[in-house]
Design a binder for this molecule. Structure first.
Ligand SMILES: Cc1cc2nc3c(=O)[nH]c(=O)nc-3n(C[C@H](O)[C@H](O)[C@H](O)COP(=O)(O)OP(=O)(O)OC[C@H]3O[C@@H](n4cnc5c(N)ncnc54)[C@H](O)[C@@H]3O)c2cc1C
Length: 414
């Protein structure tokens, strides 16, 4: 591993740094610096509006979706240049959260499977943040096992008629478009009868119902489809080949989510550095120091694991399992860190709102942290991936893999 920039990378970094210094919305820097997992917010401003304005400014200057081709709204930059940009963008990168699904998953899927005319019309506004996209895969009966989904698409002339329900769709309530995985042939094994589409979220028959979370926020939704009409021209990939199309989305999902998961450690360290316990500063307490030391080691392991992925990228290689490992380790770490911080806060930890200690920062982190261990693949699924693809252990037992979908026993059908 070589962490030094090449001369070209150093020049690129200097250009990015200068542009950010001249253009970033500095009035929000302090709020963004204080933002942590579960609590990214701006005092007195609508974060969605600020995020869209920043994204548009970047796009106009050629700094949006850097690694995408120019004709689709990107810069045609190398993967390592994209990493350098993210390092330089720093806290302002937190404004990109609403675009992660569109840029990280929907965009690459459209790029791989949409017709050229669609790529040229839909991708630039996606890159510039003018249009937001969501990912409509999970259902009550299809989460880890996405191929168990039941939303039906039936052909009618040159259109498809969609009926069914999705759940946990992040951002559906403010999305303009979505990519949608449906079942088109229930008489074949479950992975073989799926088809992918993209659709306008304002299409008649699409109903979005936000889900209220423990934190009070509503980040994701139930989405119902009643006789929704999708033109065949909006099909992505071949009929009944949606599983292959979805693998492109899911591979990109693991890259996007795994590359940037929070650990909560910097926030905890900062908190302990200023906290007074009954017998002195927390940072001098032996128990606190032992906990911090353990997490510092883990955080540094995660940092170098992700640098391994970056190093592979810089050599033009595909990163290996680093992101699955990163997500698995960081997901449980952030939960433990938030729980420990709340213990240190004592009774004050249950309070939230501006008057609360650190404005409920660790409480919000704790309430959001189980979601991190579930989204983009649960801990168990990450372990399966690492076991099968990295360690070469025998595969999970998949008894229904070759059974026609409509003959898999279910409670309602057994
Ligand atoms: C914050 C958040 C945002 C999300 N955003 C989206 C989104 O935008 N779009 C979307 O489509 N989905 C989204 N999801 C859904 C997410 O992809 C699913 O929740 C996830 O895949 C798990 O599926 P499930 O909830 O149905 O749980 P299940 O798959 O039912 O799992 C239940 C339990 O069984 C375990 N399990 C399942 N299969 C196995 C196995 N083979 N081996 C061992 N254990 C197993 C799981 O680990 C888990 O503990 C989001 C979820 C969260 C939490």
């Amino acid at each position: 591993m070589n962490f030094d920039d090449t001369p070209q990378e150093a020049a690129f970094r200097a250009e990015a740094r200068a542009w950010i210094a001249a253009n970033a919305p500095r009035q929000y820097e302090a709020d963004l610096r204080k933002s942590s997992l579960g609590r990214v917010g701006l005092e007195g401003a609508d974060i969605l509006e600020v995020a869209k304005a920043w994204q548009k400014k970047k796009a106009d200057a050629g700094w949006a979706c850097l690694h995408w081709p120019k004709e689709y709204g990107g810069r045609g930059a190398s993967p390592i240049e994209r990493v350098i940009w993210q390092q330089e963008e720093g806290v302002y990168g937190k404004l990109s959260a609403v675009f992660i699904i569109g840029h990280g998953m929907c965009g690459p899927t459209m790029m791989a499977f949409a017709a050229e005319a669609h790529k040229r019309s839909y991708l630039p506004p996606l890159a510039s943040g003018e249009k937001i996209w969501c990912q409509l895969f999970s259902e009550p009966a299809g989460g880890s096992d996405v191929a168990g989904l039941r939303t039906r698409a039936e052909r009618r002339g040159g259109d498809w008629i969609v009926n069914g329900q999705k759940i946990w769709t992040s951002g559906a309530h403010y999305s303009d478009y979505g990519i949608l995985l449906t079942r088109t042939d229930p008489a074949v094994p479950k992975h073989k009868g799926l088809t992918m589409f993209f659709l306008d979220m304002k299409s008649p028959g699409v109903e979005v119902r936000p889900i209220r979370q423990a934190s009070g926020a509503s980040d994701f939704n139930e989405v119902y489809f009643t006789d929704v009409v999708i033109p065949d021209s909006q099909r992505l990939g071949a009929v009944d080949d949606g599983w292959n199309v979805s693998l492109t989305t899911l591979m990109n999902e693991r890259m996007s989510i795994g590359a940037g998961v929070a650990t909560g450690f910097p926030e905890l360290f900062e908190f302990c550095a200023s906290l007074m316990l009954e017998d002195g500063p927390a940072i001098e307490d032996r128990n606190v120091r032992a906990k911090l030391a353990n997490w510092a080691v883990k955080a540094s392991g995660l940092k170098y694991t992700s640098l391994r992925a970056i190093s592979a990228l810089s050599k033009g290689e595909r990163p290996g399992p680093e992101n699955s490992i990163g997500k698995l380790v960081a997901g449980s770490m952030v939960q433990d860190v938030a729980m420990y911080a709340l213990d240190l806060q004592g009774a004050a930890g249950v309070m939230s709102g501006p008057e609360a200690e650190l404005a409920g920062r660790f409480q919000a982190m704790l309430l959001r942290s189980p979601g991190t261990r579930v989204e983009g693949g649960t801990d168990e699924i990450m372990r399966n991936i690492i076991a099968e693809r990295v360690l070469g252990l025998p595969g999970d037992i998949r008894v229904d893999k070759d059974v026609p979908f409509n003959q898999i026993p279910t409670r309602g059908r057994a």
